[in-house]
Design a protein around this ligand. Structure first.
Ligand code: URA
Length: 432
């Protein structure tokens, strides 16, 4: 029997855990035998002293083993694909990718997470849809992917329960942005859900957990390595998160925008990322096509309405109402106006993410309720030319005081210059 305090001390002092002891710690936590306060201290020790590759693999394996695992591919007799993002501001990519991939005839089964820190979570976004259920049983999940071609679910008491608990704890103990904990959290969900081919979107920039391309490459390499050991094919896209993705930040607002992408009317950067990720997933599938053909088919499914049909079928299958009018609306809206003429040279994703969090779109403690209706719409993005008084953004808030506070934070997130700088585009690199 391990003693958690000894493992905390070992990691605090920079030591390396025996893989079996580390596994016992994680499984004990999943069984509620190790306390939150002990895991919080251990996570902080990991934050400062890291984990070796062997420890990271043992941690991932323990998280997978903390619950059941699924072999979706075997259950469906098809190659199943999956996608995950390391977390960003305004990142609703998966909600649009799933229906496009499914509409192209490829099964998409995905386990997502909730908001972490200033970044939003796919599950919280989906729960802004009235009636939507993120907790499906394993049988329901398999049946839905068979019938509708896709499902997006949360970790449950059965599937990676250790990640469910650890994820919520890291969110409120400043222990999110550390490579081995992110890599094991993401890959445990991917391995447990059983997809054979996985596209990972590794976000880079102020609004991401990885601030530099070098750190993003380290995280990508770690996840590719974990995937390879488990016999999965993994591609990592390194993508820009120095400004919010798309325009919408906040749960219900992001559902509107994801739906816009699926029906061919989304913002340029988000649409490009969704189509790129979809094309790669289609090329990974058993359709036997390359990325260029995947892109053509993804675009066609949006143009001819199949992707929107599939989106609606999927939302209904998980108990939700796909009508955008059913989404909640915040009672107070406040426009953020440009203080002068100029070109937008910066929209700080972290500042916008924190403003949305403070409006109630995210959590400060594990039990905080989410306000699904609040958030920010960033109308002006980097490179856009604006005149004094033009709308830069719009805050959606629960009350006037919150709107006032968020509006000044969002204004501070914008920088206006006289010249547009070089535009890096959304895709910064690809690693396999
Ligand atoms: N997404 C996850 O699932 N886990 C993390 O730790 C970060 C992003």
């Amino acid at each position: 029997m391990i003693r958690p305090a000894e493992l905390i001390e070992e990691k605090r002092n920079g030591g390396e855990h025996d893989p079996a002891a580390l596994r016992e710690l994680i499984l004990g936590y999943a069984r509620d035998e190790v306390h939150d306060y002990q895991m919080a201290a251990w996570c902080m020790a990991v934050y400062f002293n890291g984990l070796t590759t062997t420890e990271t693999h043992a941690l991932t394996e323990a998280m997978v083993r903390s619950g059941e695992t699924l072999d979706l591919g075997a259950a469906l007799g098809r190659k199943v694909v999956d996608k995950h993002s390391t977390g960003g501001v305004g990142d609703k990519t998966s909600i649009a990718v799933g229906p496009i991939v499914a509409a192209c005839g490829v099964p998409f089964g995905k386990m997502s997470g909730r908001g972490l820190g200033h970044t939003g979570g796919t599950l919280d976004k989906l729960e802004s849809i009235p009636g939507f259920r993120v907790e499906l049983t394993t049988d329901e999940l398999v049946a839905q992917v068979r019938e509708v071609g896709m499902a997006i679910v949360g970790q449950t008491a059965n599937l990676v329960p250790a990640d469910k608990k650890l994820y919520a704890l890291r969110d409120v103990t400043a222990t999110i942005d550390i490579v081995p904990l992110i890599a094991s959290s993401i890959m445990s969900k991917k391995l447990a859900a059983g997809a054979q081919a996985i596209v990972l979107d590794v976000k880079v920039g102020d609004g991401a957990f990885m601030k530099t391309i070098e750190d993003a490459r380290v995280l990508a390499a770690e996840m590719i390595d974990i995937g390879r050991l488990a016999g999965r094919e993994v591609t990592c896209l390194l993508t820009d998160m120095s400004q919010p993705l798309g325009r919408a930040v906040g749960n219900a607002l992001e559902i509107h925008e994801a739906r816009d992408v699926v029906r061919g009317d989304g913002p340029v950067d988000l649409t490009e990322l969704v189509l790129d990720a979809s094309a790669r997933l289609l090329a990974y599938s058993d359709l036997g096509i390359d990325v260029a053909e995947g892109r053509r088919r993804a675009e066609a499914s949006v143009e001819d309405g199949r992707a929107l049909d599939r989106y609606e079928q999927w939302i209904r299958a998980q108990g939700g109402d796909p009508d955008p009018e059913a989404l909640g609306r915040a009672p107070v809206r406040r426009v953020v106006a440009a203080p002068r003429d100029g070109v937008v040279t910066r929209v700080d994703a972290l500042d916008v993410g924190v403003a949305a969090l403070e409006l109630g779109a995210g959590r400060r403690t594990k039990t905080d309720p989410i306000d699904h209706a609040v958030g920010v719409l960033c109308f002006a993005k980097r490179g856009d030319r604006v005149l004094a008084g033009d709308d830069l953004a719009e805050v959606h808030a629960r009350d006037e005081a919150a709107a006032e506070q968020a509006a000044s934070e969002v204004l501070a997130a914008y920088e206006l210059g006289d010249e547009a700088g070089p535009e890096p585009g959304i895709l910064l690199g690809v690693m396999t």
